[in-house]
Ligand binder design. Structure first.
Ligand code: CAA
Length: 380
């Protein structure tokens, strides 16, 4: 066992930290207020390799391990969780899904652009009536011989307006239940595809979340991912890894809020001394630090499991469940330590508190993570 990070991992952490401080921090409050997608910053992240970190270099990726990815995710999320969810969805839902299950043609055509950030991807599973209950897909893809005809609506889609390519899950044969579900690559420019309204969100307001409508969209047969009927398992397997990315995002939000609270407590004075000298504040910092460190171990263990080729369904769910809880608790306490200043935008912690909430909801709510964990525990 070795708790030390390698030279390479330390360099990735440094690069992500520098990028976050130099490129994401300026304007982060304005982007949050105005719901502005970080277009320039995403372009730069693509150039620096943050959008296809784990993809094989032969498809334009960084060829890095999952540990590198979670380290980068933590650093980016300390500063700007809106930017980091774009990174997470593109890396672990879109690129990973395509690289692992896509055909060579699909990889050449789509993955090469997604891994470099030349194009952005979105993952479209959720529907108005299929959020947690993901097998209840209403979107249909009817087999028409050389193509499928896609109809339906997807909701709460991250990168919904900004993506170029969309991985869309749809029902092709209702009688077969989840075994009649497929996943497709859909291009934004295709007839019948419409980006619907943008959501006005509590947090991660710089990321664009949209409803998407599909009206008789012709999807060529070669754009189905995997064997007929593989779509639900594709979604589940992809989400298992996605949850590690969101766990790292939650960890970063918590760590970012803790850093701010710690610094603030060393300069803010009350009752004749810096507030960190009051046990009421010092104990909060101690709790925050312990919780973050424990969450970090779970996140890194899940990443390590994935890198070892071990099953990571449970460890990813555990990491997400715990890190998102810690993100919520830590950000609330960070606001509390800041007092009145914590409630205003310029101190950043109120934004981190709003951003934290989504980590308990997307890519499977905390309740869904408990389903995954408890089923794993009870399986013989
Ligand atoms: N890997 C492979 N296969 C899996 C799997 C996994 N991790 N999890 C389930 N499956 C398989 C099962 O083995 C089963 O197949 P068989 O019948 O052939 O054995 C099939 O999938 C159905 O599984 P269940 O019977 O367990 O299905 P269920 O209806 O009970 O649901 C669930 C299971 C875990 C609750 C699932 O529905 C789920 O994960 N729901 C949450 C969905 C979710 O995370 N949505 C997030 C939206 S995406 C998003 O947020 C992205 C974004 O933009 C940020």
């Amino acid at each position: 066992m070795d708790f030390n990070l390698s030279e390479e991992h330390l360099m990735i952490r440094e690069a992500a930290r520098d990028f976050a401080n130099n490129e994401l921090l300026p304007g982060v409050i304005e982007r949050d207020t105005n719901q502005t997608f970080p277009t320039e910053q995403v372009k730069k992240m693509g150039e620096l390799g943050f959008l296809g970190m784990m993809v094989d270099p032969k498809y334009g990726g960084g060829g890095m391990d999952t540990l590198s990815y979670v380290i980068a995710m933590e650093e980016l999320s300390k500063i700007d969780a809106s930017a980091s969810v774009i990174v997470s969805v593109n890396n672990s839902l879109v690129c990973w899904g395509l690289e692992t299950y896509g055909s060579e043609e699909q990889k050449q055509k789509y993955l090469t652009k997604l891994a470099t950030g030349e194009s952005i991807g979105a993952f479209c599973l959720s529907e108005p009536e299929a959020g947690s209950d993901a097998t209840s897909q209403r979107t249909t893809a009817v087999d028409k011989g050389d193509h499928y005809l896609l109809n339906g609506t997807k909701n709460w889609i991250t990168n919904g307006g900004s993506a170029d390519y969309y991985l869309v899950i749809a029902q092709t044969d209702r009688d077969k239940g989840h075994r009649g579900i497929n996943a497709f690559i859909v291009e934004k420019s295709w007839d019948g595809f419409e980006v619907g309204p943008k959501e006005d969100k509590l947090g991660i307001r710089g990321s664009d979340t949209h409803t998407l409508n599909f009206n008789d969209v012709k999807v060529p047969k070669e754009n189905r991912i995997g064997e007929d009927g593989f779509g639900f398992k594709f979604a589940m397997k992809t989400l298992s890894g996605g949850r590690i990315g969101i766990a790292a995002q939650a960890l970063g939000i918590a760590a970012g809020a803790y850093d701010l609270a710690r610094e603030y407590s060393k300069i803010r004075k009350a009752f004749g001394t810096e507030i960190c000298n009051h046990q009421a504040i010092a104990f909060k910092l101690a709790d925050m630090h312990v919780n973050i460190e424990a969450a970090r171990h779970l996140v890194m263990k899940a990443a390590w499991d994935k890198d070892q080729g071990a099953n990571y369904d449970m460890s990813g769910a555990m990491a997400k469940l715990q890190a998102s809880k810690v993100a919520m608790e830590t950000t609330v306490e960070a606001v509390q330590i800041h007092g009145g200043n914590g409630y205003v935008k310029e101190y950043h912690v109120e934004r981190l508190m709003r951003d934290a909430k989504i980590t308990q909801i997307y890519e499977g709510t905390s309740e869904i993570q408990k389903i995954v964990i408890s089923r794993g525990l009870l399986r013989d």
